[in-house]
Design a protein around this ligand. Structure first.
Ligand SMILES: *Cc1c(COP(=O)(O)O)cnc(C)c1O
Length: 497
């Protein structure tokens, strides 16, 4: 055995390294191109048990290594073919976007460089590029110059960070209590976080992870447009206070996961300010409107938030994972900072070295900023804006078409972003829940499209999330046609069985 035997396993200056790198990249490129050329569906409809069987039958490891083509062939046949194809125009289930081509290429560079964002000596240039993109988004959102932020793994982590800073800031302000050093204060069971009933479940999940319990989250009714009702918010704050409880934070959602509705951020900000509450804006979905001149106004008030969540792996078309968290006052990052001698000693920061671990709840962290950077440069801001504007226009048009359909009941006839919640409502059917569940499964397992299933007031509804700018109104009409057929099939099932 000789160390040069390992040259071919890594990208390095040896001929063997370069050759094996180029070989596998060319093969991978061919595999994906071949697949996409022949692929006509968002999903092949293979049943879960069959997919599980195929995966269980895969050879998992090898002793001496196999040829890339052998393994890639298994990847194509067992994995790629049975995958959900998010770039297909009829893939409109979840907030799950088609990834941009420059970002796919960036993923290869991210993996190759394998920078880690925690300390400057593991991420030299990457540190500054991430900082510039954070600044770019902050400027777009018109945040004050005291603002700062960090890339995150997504909305879950960003919401968690928002509530963590809210808790620690509040305990410090109210009781001079240092949660980082002392743990939770004696009154912590009285702390309350307010959000709408349509806010993301990670608000509750963060609350229990932060030791406040789910009881800390008080949900406020939404109006008929699924937006937080601010009159009810004020009532609730007063009711909590008079009951001896302690409201500390309000979460406004800019783009709820199901309906895409945007809470009245400006009004919520004023209420939060009056009552000395931290304002977190969860713009995981709606944050992308900052790319659109036409729709940016819908985010008005976001610049007043104490903290903000934005996901780039939703409507910024980035491959998973890619998100960010922002704070209005960078001083508040002190609540999560910790100095480790081996990573980010305090005197380094005095010397001007930037260690981003001080602003993150992660340690080793991906250089995801590169893919957003390459996308913004190669695609261009105007094209981003056109894509966002188109999908919002499509959603409006689609909701109009659906509203005309005698048996389609649309919940949000005027979609605020690009999600439409609806169900097949045929008065003849005594169980609409069963009927719509049947339709959902038929759509999925016939490979017609990918739509999502959700509940509105305990009733089953379906959802289109129209992120893909290549989806057309004809795609929607075709799906509606299939839905009518599946519904007829359901009504007739007694006869045909
Ligand atoms: C998607 C989403 C989240 C969770 O984000 P992840 O990136 O999936 O962790 C949080 N809030 C809202 C409103 C979302 O749409």
């Amino acid at each position: 055995m000789n160390t040069t035997d390992f040259d071919r396993f890594f990208l390095n200056d040896s001929e063997a390294g370069i050759q094996s790198f180029q070989h596998i990249i060319v093969e991978t490129k061919q595999l994906l191109s071949k697949f996409y050329k022949g692929n006509s569906d968002a999903f092949n409809g293979v049943l879960p048990a069959e997919i599980e069987k195929e995966i269980n039958e895969l050879t998992l490891t090898s002793s001496d290594g196999e040829k890339p083509v052998t393994v890639l062939n298994d990847v194509l046949e067992k994995i790629v073919r049975n995958s959900i194809h998010v770039s297909h125009p009829t893939s409109m289930g979840h907030l799950h976007c088609p990834p941009l081509i420059p970002a796919i290429a960036a993923e290869m560079i991210i993996g190759t460089l394998n920078q880690s964002m925690d300390s400057w000596d593991q991420s030299s240039t990457a540190t500054y590029l991430e900082e510039r993109l954070i600044k770019w988004v902050s400027n777009k959102l018109a945040l004050p110059s005291s603002a700062d932020g960090t890339f995150t793994s997504g909305g879950t982590q960003s919401n968690y960070m928002g509530l963590l800073l809210a808790r620690d800031f509040f305990c410090n302000k109210r009781w001079g209590w240092n949660v980082k050093a002392q743990g939770l204060p004696p009154e912590s069971h009285k702390l309350r976080i307010l959000c709408s009933e349509d806010a993301h479940f990670t608000v509750k999940k963060s609350a229990f992870q932060l030791g406040l319990g789910e009881q800390a989250v008080v949900t406020i009714e939404t109006d008929e447009c699924k937006k937080l009702n601010t009159a009810k918010l004020m009532e609730e704050i007063e009711r909590l206070k008079s009951g001896g409880l302690i409201p500390m934070c309000v979460v406004a959602t800019a783009g709820t996961t199901d309906f895409g509705s945007i809470d009245p951020i400006q009004e919520v900000a004023a209420i939060a300010q009056n009552h000395g509450l931290w304002l977190h804006v969860d713009a995981a979905y709606g944050g992308a409107l900052l790319l659109s001149k036409k729709h940016f106004h819908k985010l008005a008030g976001i610049e007043q938030a104490d903290s903000i969540t934005i996901d780039f792996h939703k409507q910024f078309y980035q491959p998973i994972s890619c998100g960010a968290f922002f704070v209005k006052d960078r001083a508040n990052f002190k609540y999560i900072a910790h100095h480790a001698d081996y990573l980010n000693p305090e005197n380094d920061e005095e010397d001007g070295l930037v260690h981003l671990v001080s602003k993150s709840v992660q340690t080793t962290r991906r250089f995801d900023a590169l893919k957003l950077f390459m996308s913004l440069r190669i695609v261009g801001e105007k094209n981003f804006a056109n894509m966002i504007d188109y999908t919002l226009h499509l959603a409006k048009q689609a909701a109009g078409v659906m509203d005309q359909h005698p048996q389609i009941e649309v919940c949000n006839i005027k979609p605020e972003i690009n999600a439409i919640v609806f169900r097949f409502n045929d008065a003849a059917s005594d169980s609409l829940n069963e009927l719509n569940t049947y339709i959902y499964k038929k759509i999925l397992y016939t490979g017609t499209a990918l739509v999502a299933k959700t509940k509105v007031k305990d009733e089953v509804f379906l959802k289109f999330t129209l992120l893909n700018p290549r989806t057309t109104i004809v795609d929607i009409e075709d799906i509606l046609h299939s839905i009518s057929q599946f519904a007829a099939e359901y009504e007739n099932r007694g006869i045909t069985q």
